[in-house]
Write a protein of this length. Structure first.
Ligand SMILES: C[S@@+](CC[C@H](N)C(=O)[O-])C[C@H]1O[C@@H](n2cnc3c(N)ncnc32)[C@H](O)[C@@H]1O
Length: 233
C-alpha cells in the first residue's frame, strides 16, 4: 500500500477525500465500503482506521466532472441513487462508498454478462447496492423494486438518453432531487456535432420541466462528453 503525505476531506463534497503525495500530485478518493476489495485498477490506501480507494477521472465521468469543477454534487452520505448503466461498476463502486451504509444504490444494467461482472465485483461485497438486470428504457419493469430516490444518475450512452432519463426521473425522483447525466455525443448522434447533441439533450430535460443547473465538458478526461446536473422542481 502507498502512503500519501496528506489526506483531507474534499472542501465541498462530504464523503469524498483528496490525497496528496510527496511530489504534490493530488487524487480524489473514497472510503472503501468493502475493505480489501478492488473494483478496477484503483490504489488502496490505509488512512487511520479507514481504507481509501483512489478515484480516477480518466475512468469515471463523475470524478472527471468533480475535477472539472461541478459545484453541485447531491451524491453524499445517506442518499438513495437510481444509477442507469452501471456497467462493471467503476463509478457505481465510488457512489456506493460515498453514500455509505445508510444510502442505497439501485443499479440498472441491461447487458447480462456485464451485470454478472457488476454483481461479482461490486454488489456481493456491498449491502447498499441493489443490482437490477433491466432496460432503463422501460422503468415500469422495475417500479416494484425501486423506491423514491434523491438522485437519478445516468450513463447509458444511448440515442434519446435524455428522454429515458426524464422518464425514470418522472417516476422515481423526489421533488427537489437531482439528475446527473453523462452525455457521450458520438453514441447519441454521429451526424451532429457534440455541441448540437449536448444542446438537444439539455433542451429535452428543460422541456420536461427539469432545471439545468450545471453543464461541464469532460475533456481531457473523456473526449466529446458533457456532464449535466439538473433539478426536479
Ligand atoms: C458507459 S457504460 C457505463 C459506465 C459506468 N457508468 C461507469 O462510470 O463505471 C454504459 C453502460 O450502459 C449500459 N446500457 C446502455 N443502454 C442501456 C439501457 N437502455 N438500459 C440499461 N443499461 C444500458 C451498457 O450496457 C453499458 O454497460
Amino acid at each position: 500500500m502507498i502512503r500519501p503525505v496528506k489526506v483531507v476531506e474534499h472542501e465541498k463534497f462530504p464523503g469524498i477525500y483528496v490525497v496528496e503525495y510527496e511530489d504534490g500530485t493530488k487524487k480524489l478518493a473514497t472510503v472503501n465500503l468493502a475493505p480489501g476489495v478492488k473494483v478496477y485498477d484503483e490504489t488502496l490506501i490505509q488512512h487511520g482506521d479507514k481504507e481509501l480507494r483512489t478515484w480516477n477521472p480518466y475512468r469515471s465521468k463523475l470524478a472527471g466532472a468533480i475535477h472539472k469543477g461541478i459545484t453541485i454534487n447531491p451524491i453524499k452520505p445517506g442518499v438513495k441513487v437510481l444509477y442507469l448503466g452501471v456497467a462493471s461498476g467503476t463509478t457505481p463502486s465510488h457512489v456506493s462508498d460515498i453514500i455509505g451504509p445508510k444510502g442505497v444504490l439501485f443499479g440498472v444494467e441491461f447487458a447480462p454478462r456485464v451485470m454478472r461482472e457488476f454483481i461479482e465485483k461490486v454488489a456481493v461485497h456491498r449491502e447498499n447496492v441493489v443490482p437490477l438486470l433491466a432496460d432503463a428504457r422501460f422503468p415500469t419493469k422495475y417500479a416494484h423494486v425501486v423506491e423514491l430516490v434523491d438522485v437519478v444518475y445516468a450513463d447509458i450512452a444511448q440515442p434519446f438518453q435524455a428522454k429515458y432519463v426524464a422518464d425514470n426521473a418522472d417516476m422515481f425522483l423526489k421533488s427537489g432531487g437531482y439528475i446527473m447525466m453523462a452525455i457521450k455525443a458520438m453514441s447519441i448522434d454521429v451526424t451532429a456535432t457534440p455541441s448540437e447533441t449536448y444542446k438537444r439533450e439539455i433542451t429535452h430535460l428543460e422541456e420536461r420541466g427539469y432545471k439545468v443547473k450545471e453543464v461541464k465538458h469532460l475533456e481531457p478526461y473523456d473526449e466529446a462528453h458533457a456532464f449535466v446536473v439538473a433539478q426536479k422542481p
